[in-house]
Design a protein around this ligand. Structure first.
Ligand SMILES: Nc1ncnc2c1ncn2[C@@H]1O[C@H](COP(=O)(O)OP(=O)(O)OP(=O)(O)O)[C@@H](O)[C@H]1O
Length: 472
């Protein structure tokens, strides 16, 4: 019989509970030979005492015994046996008793009289289940630890750029200063704001988000500051504004760049004085509200254009947090993918393990104009389309990755238009000049960032700019 070798690999603790001396003896000799550390008990009562002292991997338990039978044992030891697999044995084994025992937490049952192979088989099956359960637990623990390490609030990230963002926002959570979060749409500005609020001392108080671009201009003032009964037609009662709703907590001004200029003046006053005046009211009210603002616009440019007040910009920009677009932090993509997979597994009750390498390569190359939101959406879409445990190319929109392919074929075309002949040196010069110009344009002339995009050092970039006489 080769079952013995299978079981022998790791010594497990096992308890045999049976009132028949012969059975206890036979099973313990047999199982010790197979590598188990086997103890015995002559009834449920003794079994209970032993489980108090020792943590067993397996228990083989007879059902009918004097003093305390198997069912009563299962009932009393239930809480203690969470990580023990119990197999019941019964000479009176009807399906009903087996079902009853399983309801009480037993994993399997064997009917007496049984052949030794049957015991081995039941134990082997239980051990396999145990291993699976442990692996599953370890995997979840590993993911949990990775997520803990790269986490702020509900955000995950591991890129250098995002780690420095996390450092700033962790600090910001400890204070009350106004924070201005900037970044393209979908980079996680609202998530940052929520993180600062829920990780800070105001966590138990309200977090009120307002989209400054989504409220009609005529309503903005009464929305924010509230109004007094009779302030205008239809104002038939006093109404609290969003600032009062957020009392003690945080107000999140999303798309603050959309705020009309007249309201900006009022806002400046609120931030300076920490007080509001409801529409139609002559009295002012003190407020205690933290302000976090966000915008995908370049507010400094808006200030220059006269569309945003400079003084308000300075008031908001006490602690600036800039979220880089996803295409500039590709190291975050695999972590985010796993994060969303875990989330959708829970939400949709699935067991997806990951994406196939071919898809990962495509996702790493994609430009992500919609940033993390776009990534989240296409993972959710792939979840709905797949029947497998790995997400494959067919589950993703065909245009994902097409942009990067197009880039290559475009540049192929451009290259052949740019020069003739076969000189590699000449081609290299043309290509270098073109790539540097492209990187400088993409970074608004920022040489440090352009160097990073080109993956060359800052001095090397400066040198090439000089050699190729590139104008910035
Ligand atoms: N680092 C991250 N980890 C996990 N999820 C993220 C992360 N960044 C963004 N998300 C998710 O991406 C989506 C978009 O994030 P969020 O709404 O915070 O972006 P935003 O910059 O405020 O977008 P918009 O400017 O369009 O309002 C959300 O569902 C959010 O949960």
């Amino acid at each position: 019989m080769n079952n013995t070798t299978d079981i022998k690999t790791s010594p497990k603790r096992l308890l045999i509970i049976d009132d028949e001396e012969n059975m206890r003896h036979m099973l313990s000799v047999l199982l010790r030979k197979s590598g188990y550390i086997a103890d015995t008990a002559s009834d449920g009562h003794e079994g209970l005492q032993m489980t108090e002292k020792t943590q067993y991997d397996f228990i083989l338990c007879d059902l009918k015994m004097p003093r305390m039978g198997g069912m009563a044992f299962l009932k009393s030891a239930r809480d203690r046996l969470k990580s023990t697999t119990v197999i019941v044995m019964s000479a009176y084994g009807t399906i009903d008793t087996a079902i009853e025992a399983m309801k009480m937490g037993a994993y399997d049952y064997i009917s007496k009289p049984f052949k030794t192979d049957e015991v081995y088989l039941a134990l082997k099956k239980a051990e396999e289940r145990e291993n699976l359960r442990r692996e599953n637990f370890q995997l979840k623990e590993r993911i949990r630890k990775i997520e803990e390490k790269y986490k702020f609030g509900n955000m995950v990230a591991k890129s250098r750029a995002m780690k420095s963002v996390f450092k700033v926002v962790e600090k910001a959570a400890q204070y009350d200063s106004t924070v201005l979060v900037t970044g393209e749409s979908g980079t996680g500005k609202e998530l940052v704001a929520k993180g600062i609020h829920y990780e800070g001392t105001r966590a138990k108080m309200p977090f009120i988000p307002v989209n400054c671009g989504g409220v009609p201009e005529s309503l903005l003032e009464s929305e924010f500051f509230g109004y007094k009964k009779g302030a205008f037609t239809g104002a038939d009662r006093n109404k609290k504004g969003l600032f009062e709703e957020a009392e003690g907590g945080t107000i999140f001004l999303d798309e603050v760049g959309e705020m009309p200029l007249p309201l900006q003046i009022k806002f400046l006053r609120v931030l300076q004085e920490q007080e509001i005046r409801p529409v139609g009211d002559s009295k002012i009210k003190k407020i205690d509200v933290r302000v976090i603002a966000a915008t995908s616009k370049n507010l400094e440019a808006e200030v220059k254009k006269g569309l945003f007040r400079q003084d308000l910009f300075y008031r908001l920009n006490v602690l600036p947090v800039k979220l880089p677009p996803l295409r500039e932090r590709t190291e975050d993509i695999p972590l985010l993918i796993q994060h969303f997979i875990n989330r959708f597994n829970k939400k949709l009750d699935k067991n997806i393990k990951g994406v196939v390498p071919e898809v990962m390569a495509i996702l790493l190359k994609h430009r992500w104009p919609g940033n993390v939101r776009e990534l989240e959406n296409i993972i959710e879409r792939a979840f709905l389309l797949t029947e497998e445990t790995m997400l494959s190319k067919e589950n993703f929109p065909p245009d994902i990755g097409a942009a990067s392919d197009k880039c290559i074929s475009d540049s192929d075309h451009e290259l052949s238009e740019l020069f003739e002949g076969y000189s590699l040196k000449a081609a290299q010069k043309i290509l270098e000049k073109k790539m540097i110009t492209r990187a400088l344009t993409a970074t608004g002339g920022n040489r440090t960032k352009a160097g990073r995009l080109l993956e060359i050092s800052h001095p090397s970039l400066l040198n090439k700019i000089k050699i190729y006489n590139i104008e910035i």
